[in-house]
Ligand binder design. Structure first.
Ligand SMILES: *[C@@H]1O[C@H](CO)[C@@H](O)[C@H](O)[C@H]1NC(C)=O
Ligand SMILES: *[C@@H]1O[C@H](CO)[C@@H](O)[C@H](O)[C@H]1NC(C)=O
Ligand SMILES: *[C@@H]1O[C@H](CO)[C@@H](O)[C@H](O)[C@H]1NC(C)=O
Ligand SMILES: *[C@@H]1O[C@H](CO)[C@@H](O)[C@H](O)[C@H]1NC(C)=O
Ligand SMILES: *[C@@H]1O[C@H](CO)[C@@H](O)[C@H](O)[C@H]1NC(C)=O
Ligand SMILES: *[C@@H]1O[C@H](CO)[C@@H](O)[C@H](O)[C@H]1NC(C)=O
Ligand SMILES: *[C@@H]1O[C@H](CO)[C@@H](O)[C@H](O)[C@H]1NC(C)=O
Ligand SMILES: *[C@@H]1O[C@H](CO)[C@@H](O)[C@H](O)[C@H]1NC(C)=O
Length: 825
C-alpha cells in the first residue's frame, strides 16, 4: 500500500500533465492576450489550418482569424482597425475584448459573466466561447464579411463591408444592399415561389456550391455555383462580401495560398450602387477593369488619392439658382434600384426628362431616361447619385450644373491618370502636343493616300468612325477582332438560326451578349448599316435589343442582349435529353401576349415597319423573368437577293410549318404572313405540340388540322397540353388563345386579324367570334409546288411595298418539295 502510493501519484501527475498539454493545445485559456508587437503569439486551431492573430492592414492592425494570410473574421469588422499598442484578450470573466491605444474598447463579445469556461478555435475556422458544452458566442454566428464552409448563415445575420451588406430574407432571397436600404442585387429562390420559408439558412458547401436549406424545401436549392465547383481536392473555399460591394465565391489552393474568384453576384461591377461614390461615373477601361471618373468637367474628384470617393461640383448649385442647366450624358445611366424605383418615375420623352428636372423649385439634381422600351424617366433628388457610362447602354442622362456645361472631351479621358499628367512641367506637355499633332497629320495623310488607292478595303478604318457614331447615339460598332475576343474565338455556340450561328460573348463592360454571325450576306456596307440603324432604333419590351454590330470586310455580325432563359421551344416541346423544363400556364399566357405585343410594335407602331417573316418558337427568347422577346426581326431584308438557293433553303427549311400559304402560292408577303406564323406558335404554346406533328393520336393528320376538328367537336381539353395541371389552368384564357390561333391561321390573309387585334382578343377586350375552318393546305397540294418566289418577296418587305408587288415580278424557280425539306431538317 505504501509502495503503491508514489507510482499512483506519479501516473496521476502524467495524466494531468498530458491532459493539460492536450487542452492547452486546443483551448485558449482565460486570461490569454495577443498584441500586434508579438506576431508570433497566435491562437491556432488544432491542426494549424486557422489561427487568430493580429494581421497588418495598411498601416494599422486587425485582430483576425485567418488561413494562409487570408482573413475570414475580424474583431470589430472594418471598424476594428487599431494601432500597434492594441490588445486582444480573453478576459478572466469570459469576455473577448479588443482595445486600442489608451485602453479604449474598440470591440467586445459581450460575454462577461455568462459562465464561459472554454474558448476554442476549431479546424473549420470557428472561434467559440462555451459554458461547458453550450455555445455562448461564436465567430460563425457573428460573421464579418466572410462565410466559410460549415458556417450556417441565417436571416438574422449580415455580412458587412463598408456601407455594403449582404442579407438573406425570410422568403429565401439573397440581397446585396448599400446603406441598408438600396437593394442593388436580389436573387430569389426561384421564379415561382412567393411567400416565406420557415427558417432558411445559407451554407457554402466545400465543393463550391452555395445552398439554401429550409425545412419546407423538399431538397436544398442551389443558389450559386463556383465556376470550379467540384474540382480540386486541396482547395478551400469561402464567400466574401468585398469592399467593392460584390459578393464572390473564392477558391484558395492550400499549396500556394492565393485565391481565385469562382463566382460574383453582380457580373457587371459598374452596376454595384455607389461603386464610384456620390456623383461618380463608372466605366470600363481597355482591360475591362471598372474605373471611376466624374460626369463632366464641371466636377472634380472629392479625393484625388481615391477616385472611388466620388465627385463634387466645382461650382455648387446654390450659387447659380437661375442659371443652372442640364448637361446631357449619352450612353449613361444613373443607377436606380428599389426602394427608389417606386419614387419619381415619369413616362416622358427625352426633353420631358430633361425639363422636369430643370423645373424651377425642383430638388432634382439629375435624371435618367432608361430607353429600354419602358419609356421611364427617373428623377434623382439631392441624395446620392451613382453613374454608369458605357457605349452599350441605351440610356441618356442629364445632370444639373451651373452654366456653362463643360462635357468631358471624349469617353477615354475620364480616367484617373489625369492626376499624373498634372505633375509634368508645361514644356513637356507642349512638346508632346506638338509632336502628337505632327504624327496625327502624317497618319491622316498616310491614311488618306492609302484609302484612295484601296477604297473598297475601308473595313479597318471603321474603328476610327466608331467614336463618331458613339457620339451620335447609333449602335455600337465592334471590330471583328473585338468580337472574336469577346466570344473567345466563337467557341460557345448558343444556337444556329436561319441567318447564321449565334455565340455567347462577354462585352468589354462584362455584360453577356449573343453574337450572331450572319451568313450569306453580300450587301454593301452602306445598306447593311441602314438596316442595322433600323433594327437598333426599334425598342420595345418584347423585342430583343440590338447592342451593336460589326461590318468588316466580308464579316457581318450583330450583337444582341443576352437572354438567360434561351428560346421558347426549349420549354414547350419535351426533349428526351432535357426533360422537366415545362412551363406553367400563366407564364405561357404572358409569353403569348408579350410576343403578340412585340410583333404588333413591329407592324404598327414603330417608325419603319417591319415584317418579321420568321416567327417561330426558336425566335422567341426569354429573359431571366420569362418575359418574351422576339428576336431576328429585320434580318430577312439583309439576305443577299442574288443567292436564291441559300435564301430559299433557310427561309423555308427554318420555318416549315410556320410559313403562311402565300409563301407557297406566289402571293405577296405582308404583315398578315406574320399573323399566320404567330397563330401556329400560339397553338403550340397551348398544346405543347409542334403544329406539323403527325402521330397516331392525331389520326395521322397534322396537329393543327386535327386540333381544329377536336375544337369543332367540343373536345377543347384534348388540344391543351396534358402536362399542365388542371387546377392551375385558366380555362377561359386557354379557350381564347385557341380561338385566336384558329383565326390567325386562316388561309385567306384578309380573314386573319391584325396583330393589334390579336392582342385585344387575347386580353379579352374584344369579343371573339367562332373561327371558321382554317382550310390549311393539305400535304398533297404543297408537294411539288414551286416556292421559288420566296426570295424575291423578301426584297420588298415594307408593308406598303409588299402589297404593291405584282406577282409577275417573281421569277419562279423549282425548289425542293415539302417532303424532301422535311427530311433534310
Ligand atoms: C486606434 O488608435 C489609433 C491611433 O491611436 C487611431 O488612429 C484609430 O482610429 C483607433 N482605432 C479605433 C477603432 O478607434
Ligand atoms: C453555465 O452552464 C451551467 C450548466 O448548464 C448553468 O447551470 C449555468 O447557469 C451557466 N452559467 C451562466 C453564467 O449562464
Ligand atoms: C485540419 O482539419 C480540417 C478539419 O478537420 C481538415 O479538413 C484539414 O484537412 C486538416 N488540415 C490539415 C493540414 O491537416
Ligand atoms: C442553421 O441554424 C438554424 C438556426 O439555428 C437551424 O434551424 C438550421 O437547421 C441550421 N441549418 C443548417 C443547415 O445547419
Ligand atoms: C424576392 O425576389 C423576388 C424576385 O425578384 C421578388 O419578386 C420578391 O419581392 C422578393 N421578396 C422580397 C421579400 O423582397
Ligand atoms: C420553386 O420553389 C418551390 C418552393 O417550395 C418548389 O416547390 C418548386 O419546385 C421550385 N421550382 C423550381 C423550378 O425550382
Ligand atoms: C413574410 O414575413 C414578413 C416579415 O416577417 C411579413 O411582413 C410578410 O407579410 C410575410 N409574407 C408572407 C407572404 O407570408
Ligand atoms: C484599367 O484599370 C485598372 C485599374 O484601375 C488598371 O490596373 C489597368 O492598368 C487599366 N488598364 C488600362 C489598359 O488602362
Amino acid at each position: 500500500m505504501l509502495l503503491l502510493l508514489p507510482s499512483f501519484s506519479l501516473s496521476i501527475f502524467f495524466l494531468v500533465h498530458f491532459l493539460l498539454y492536450a487542452t492547452c493545445y486546443a483551448n485558449i485559456p482565460l486570461g490569454s492576450t495577443l498584441t500586434p508587437s508579438n506576431p508570433n503569439a497566435t491562437w491556432p486551431s488544432p491542426n494549424n489550418t486557422f489561427s487568430l492573430t493580429f494581421i497588418p492592414i495598411s498601416s494599422s492592425f486587425s485582430a483576425a482569424i485567418s488561413f494562409s494570410g487570408i482573413p475570414v473574421w475580424k474583431a470589430g469588422g472594418d471598424s476594428g482597425l487599431v494601432d500597434s499598442s492594441a490588445r486582444f484578450e480573453l478576459q478572466l470573466n469570459g469576455n473577448l475584448r479588443l482595445t486600442n491605444a489608451s485602453n479604449s474598447v474598440v470591440w467586445e463579445s459581450g460575454t462577461s459573466n455568462r459562465g464561459v469556461t472554454t474558448a476554442t478555435l476549431d479546424d473549420s475556422g470557428n472561434l467559440s466561447l462555451k459554458n461547458g458544452s453550450v455555445t455562448v458566442w461564436s465567430s460563425f454566428d457573428n460573421p464579418t464579411d466572410t462565410i466559410l464552409p460549415g458556417q450556417n448563415f441565417t436571416t438574422s445575420k449580415r455580412l458587412q463591408s463598408g456601407l455594403y451588406s449582404f442579407v438573406l430574407l425570410q422568403a429565401g432571397n439573397l440581397t446585396l444592399r448599400w446603406n441598408r436600404d438600396t437593394i442593388y442585387w436580389n436573387q430569389a429562390l426561384n421564379g415561382s415561389f412567393i411567400g416565406n420559408l420557415s427558417s432558411p439558412s445559407l451554407v457554402l458547401l466545400q465543393v463550391g456550391i452555395l445552398q439554401l436549406f429550409d425545412s419546407t424545401l423538399p431538397v436544398p436549392v442551389n443558389m450559386a455555383y463556383s465556376s470550379d465547383y467540384g474540382e480540386g481536392t486541396d482547395v478551400r473555399r469561402f464567400v466574401r462580401l468585398d469592399s467593392d460591394g460584390n459578393l464572390r465565391i473564392y477558391s484558395s489552393n492550400r499549396g500556394n495560398g492565393g485565391s481565385t474568384e469562382g463566382w460574383a453576384a453582380v457580373s457587371d461591377q459598374c452596376k454595384v450602387y455607389a461603386f464610384c461614390g456620390n456623383l461618380g461615373m463608372c466605366s470600363y477601361n481597355a482591360s475591362s477593369s471598372p474605373v471611376c471618373g466624374c460626369p463632366s468637367q464641371n466636377f472634380e474628384l472629392t479625393d484625388l488619392n481615391d477616385n472611388r470617393k466620388g465627385c463634387k461640383r466645382k461650382v455648387e448649385l446654390e450659387s447659380c439658382v437661375n442659371s443652372a442647366t442640364m448637361l446631357e450624358l449619352d450612353h449613361t445611366q444613373f443607377l436606380t434600384y428599389p426602394p427608389e424605383l417606386s419614387g419619381q418615375i415619369y413616362f416622358v420623352g427625352i426633353s420631358g426628362c430633361r425639363g422636369n428636372c430643370l423645373a424651377p423649385g425642383s430638388s432634382c439634381v439629375a435624371s435618367t431616361l432608361l430607353a429600354d422600351g419602358t419609356g421611364q424617366c427617373y428623377l434623382k433628388g439631392s441624395g446620392f447619385v451613382s453613374g454608369y457610362e458605357s457605349a452599350a447602354l441605351p440610356s441618356t442622362s442629364f445632370i444639373k450644373v451651373c452654366s456653362p456645361a463643360l462635357p468631358n472631351p471624349s469617353p477615354s479621358t475620364v480616367r484617373p491618370n489625369q492626376k499624373s499628367s498634372r505633375k509634368w512641367p508645361a514644356w513637356v506637355i507642349a512638346v508632346l502636343l506638338v509632336s502628337a499633332l505632327v504624327v496625327l497629320v502624317l497618319v491622316e495623310g498616310g491614311l488618306w493616300l492609302w484609302c484612295c488607292r484601296n477604297s473598297p478595303k475601308l473595313g479597318s478604318l471603321s474603328a476610327q468612325y466608331a467614336l463618331l457614331e458613339y457620339a451620335s447615339g447609333a449602335p455600337v460598332q465592334f471590330s471583328y477582332k473585338e468580337l472574336q475576343h469577346s466570344t473567345k474565338g466563337f467557341k460557345e455556340k448558343l444556337g444556329a438560326g436561319g441567318f447564321g450561328a449565334v455565340y455567347r460573348g462577354i462585352l468589354p463592360n462584362r455584360s453577356l451578349a449573343a453574337v450572331k454571325q450572319l451568313e450569306g450576306i453580300e450587301q454593301g456596307e452602306k445598306q447593311f448599316r441602314m438596316e442595322v440603324a433600323t433594327i437598333s432604333s426599334t425598342h420595345h419590351l418584347n423585342l430583343v435589343r440590338l447592342i451593336g454590330f460589326c461590318s468588316e470586310g466580308r464579316h457581318r455580325l450583330l450583337v444582341y442582349e443576352f437572354m438567360k432563359n434561351g428560346s421558347l421551344d426549349d420549354f414547350l416541346f419535351v426533349k428526351e435529353e432535357a426533360p422537366g423544363k415545362l412551363m406553367d400556364w400563366q407564364t405561357r399566357f404572358s409569353i403569348a401576349l408579350g410576343t403578340a405585343k412585340g410583333i404588333t410594335y413591329l407592324h404598327e407602331e414603330c417608325r419603319d415597319c417591319i415584317v418579321h417573316c420568321d416567327i417561330k418558337p426558336e425566335n422567341i427568347l426569354l429573359d431571366e423573368n420569362f418575359n418574351a422577346k422576339v428576336s431576328d426581326f429585320g434580318l430577312a431584308k439583309l439576305i443577299n437577293s442574288k443567292d436564291n438557293r441559300y435564301r430559299t433553303l433557310t427561309s423555308v427549311r427554318g420555318t416549315r410549318g410556320y410559313l403562311a400559304p402565300e409563301w407557297i402560292a406566289n402571293l405577296p408577303i405582308t404583315s398578315k404572313s406574320d399573323v399566320y406564323s404567330y397563330g401556329m406558335v400560339l397553338l403550340e404554346i397551348v398544346s405543347g405540340k409542334r403544329n406539323f406533328e403527325v402521330s397516331a393520336e392525331t389520326n395521322r393528320k397534322k396537329f393543327s388540322i386535327w386540333a381544329y376538328e377536336e375544337f369543332e367537336k367540343g373536345n377543347v381539353n384534348s388540344v391543351i397540353d396534358k402536362s399542365l395541371p388542371e387546377h392551375e389552368l385558366d380555362m377561359e384564357q386557354a379557350m381564347r388563345a385557341i380561338e385566336v390561333s384558329f383565326w390567325c391561321i386562316q388561309e385567306q390573309p384578309s380573314q386573319r386579324p391584325t396583330m393589334g387585334k390579336v392582342v385585344q382578343m387575347l386580353e379579352g377586350v374584344t369579343m371573339i367570334e367562332k373561327p371558321p375552318v382554317p382550310k390549311i393546305l393539305s400535304e398533297g397540294s404543297v408537294r411539288g409546288t414551286s416556292i421559288g418566289n420566296v426570295s424575291s418577296s423578301i426584297s420588298a418587305l415594307s408593308i406598303s411595298g409588299a402589297s404593291s408587288l405584282p406577282p409577275s415580278s417573281v421569277s419562279g424557280r423549282n425548289v425542293k418539295t415539302s417532303s424532301s425539306f422535311l427530311r433534310s431538317d
